[in-house]
Design a protein around this ligand. Structure first.
Ligand SMILES: O=C(O)CCC(=O)C(=O)O
Length: 259
């Protein structure tokens, strides 16, 4: 199967060959640390987020639109190599990054810190887009993500289940959630871990169920989730508001591939 056929069948694709250089990975990871300290080399902050400077480092760091705040993070977000890989998988003529989340999952010794990410479909949170819009995510690893780091996991083929609207990003008991999501008469889907080296990227469709468990590795798991669209997408009722409000500004939401 080609990468595009794999992506269409499974709902995700692991681009295990690093797309980013080691130097860019190092600078972007340093940029993440600066953002966490409230230091912004662009002169602008990210958006107000679930985690803000001063919050506990033991919690899952989730910062919205970090590319507003750091030049190296912007370099990752506007990387055309990621755009080309995305176009190869989707057959797109245009790929735009319309939203970015910076995720740092600290290492933990207990589940009390609630750093798991529950099974969910991104589409359940993206109601600002018209039905049928082609939306997906490139998850960029800025550290090596091994089995003990709480790697992202995908339910293979769940992109064909439609929008179930039953996931929860903040859910902590993934086993219980998976049972409820798969119901009694659905075949249990295989879950596949995204083991990635720093600079590599996984891609997942907006209907693919995904989540992740605890990071027990002793080091932080660092990533940038680049939420993308192709030319086959439209803001709901053509209103650019909420999550779609920045799409006309390519200095914030770069187009990273054009045919
Ligand atoms: O980082 C994770 O484990 C999950 C990230 C996620 O939900 C996403 O990128 O859509």
């Amino acid at each position: 199967m080609t990468p595009a056929e794999n992506y269409a069948a499974d709902g995700f694709y692991l681009h295990t060959a690093p797309i980013l250089s080691a130097d860019l990975v190092r600078r972007a990871a340093a940029g993440q640390e600066a953002i966490c300290r409230g230091e912004y080399n662009t002169g602008s902050p990210p958006l107000q987020s679930p985690w803000n400077p001063g919050d506990s480092p033991d919690k899952l760091v989730k910062i919205e639109q970090p590319q507003f705040a750091d030049n190296a993070v912007w370099e990752v977000v506007s990387n055309t190599g990621i755009g080309e890989a995305a176009a190869e998988l989707t057959g797109a003529e245009m790929v735009q990054v319309w939203w970015v989340q910076m995720l740092v999952k600290p290492s933990t010794e207990s589940s009390e810190t609630r750093t798991n990410i529950g099974w969910h479909q991104d589409r359940q949170y993206w109601k600002a887009w018209e039905e049928g819009s082609e939306l997906f995510t490139a998850w960029v690893a800025l550290t090596d993500v091994e089995e003990d780091c709480g790697p992202m996991k995908f339910l293979r083929g769940s992109n064909h289940w439609g929008l179930l609207d039953s996931g929860d990003f903040y859910g902590q008991d993934l086993d219980d959630q998976a049972k409820q999501i798969q119901g009694t008469n659905r075949e249990a889907a295989e879950d596949v871990q995204a083991i990635l080296s720093a600079g590599a990227v996984s891609f997942h469709h907006c209907l693919t169920f995904h989540g992740s468990g605890p990071n027990l590795s002793g080091r932080s798991r660092r990533s940038l989730a680049l939420h993308m669209r192709t030319e086959k997408s439209r803001p709901k009722n053509d209103k650019k508001e909420g999550l779609t409000r920045f799409i006309d500004d390519e200095t914030k939401c770069p187009v990273i591939y054009r045919k």
